[in-house]
Write a protein that binds this ligand. Sequence first.
Ligand code: P6P
Length: 300
Amino acid sequence: MVYLQKYLEDCGCDPDLVQLIRLISRQMEPIRKAFLDNQFYEHTLNASGEVQAALDKWADAHLIKVIGESGYVREIASEEQEDIIRFENSRREYAMVMDPLDGSSLISTNLAVGTIVGIYESGGVMQKGSNLKAACYTLFGPLTVLVVSVGKGVQSFAWDPKSEHYYLLKKSFDIPEGKIYGSGGVYKDYIPAHEKVLSYFDEKGFKVRYSGSFVADCHQLLVYGGIYTYPALKKSPKGKLRLLFEANPLGYIITQAGGAITDGYQSPLDIQPEKVHQRTPIYIGSAGIIKKIEEIYREQ
Ligand code: P6P
C-alpha cells in the first residue's frame, strides 16, 4: 500500500506542503464524527447569504484553528468567513482557500458532501486559480476519499480507519468524454446561450445525474466524464458558485485530469479575483464538451 505522505514525498513536494496536505486530510475524520452532533441547521447565514448548517460552522472553525496553529499558512479565505484570516506568526507563506463543507444542505439527507481546499505557495489568497500550487477535496461517501493534485496529475486516497492512514486508491485520473449532466442552476430564467447549450445536451443524449453537492457531482465526472453546469442566469448573471472556494480548486483538479472549466467565455482559473466571495458561472468537465460550450457562447 502507498500511503499519502510517501506518495507526496515521492512527487518531490516541499516537506511543509506534504505536512500541510496531510494535516488537512487528517481533519476529515473529526469532521465526519461531528456529523452526528451537528446535523441540524442553525438560523445563521454565511458570507454569501446562505443558511449555514451547524456543521458548516463547526468544520470552518476546526480547520481554521488546526491549520492556523500549524504555522504553515499565512492566510486563509473561507466560504464561511466574511474576511480573509491572517496568521502573522506563520513560518511559511502558504495561502489556503476553502469551502469547509460543500453541499451541507444535503447533510440531513445523508448524501455525499465534502471539503474543498486550494493552496497557493505564497502571495496570498486573492490570486488566479492558475497560480494554485495544489488542490484537494474530500468526499464523505461510503469511503472517506481524498482527491489531490500537486500539479502532477490527480490521485485519490482512501481513509483506512484501522491503520489510520490514507492509502493510494487511484494513481491517475484521465477524465473521459462522457454524457453525464450535473444540472446545477436548473431554473427557467436561462440566458439564450445556456438554452442553446441545453439543446446540444438533448441532441447528444446527455443524462442528468445531479446531487446538489458540487464536490460529489464533480467527482463522478472524473470517473465517468460529462459536465456539471451552474450557468449565468437572467436574475443572477454571475451564477451561484464561488470563484475562490469552488471553481478554482475543482477547476485546477479537473484540468490536471485532462478536463476543463469555463464560464462560457474563459476559464475561471484565468480570472483575477476582485472580491473574496465573488461568484462565477461554471461549466466543468470533459474537455470536448467545454470546447463545444465555448463555441456556442461565441456564436451568440
Ligand atoms: P442548488 C452547495 O450550496 C452549492 O454551492 C454546490 O455544492 C451545489 O452544486 C449548488 O450549491 C447547489 O445549488 O441551487 O441546486 O441548490
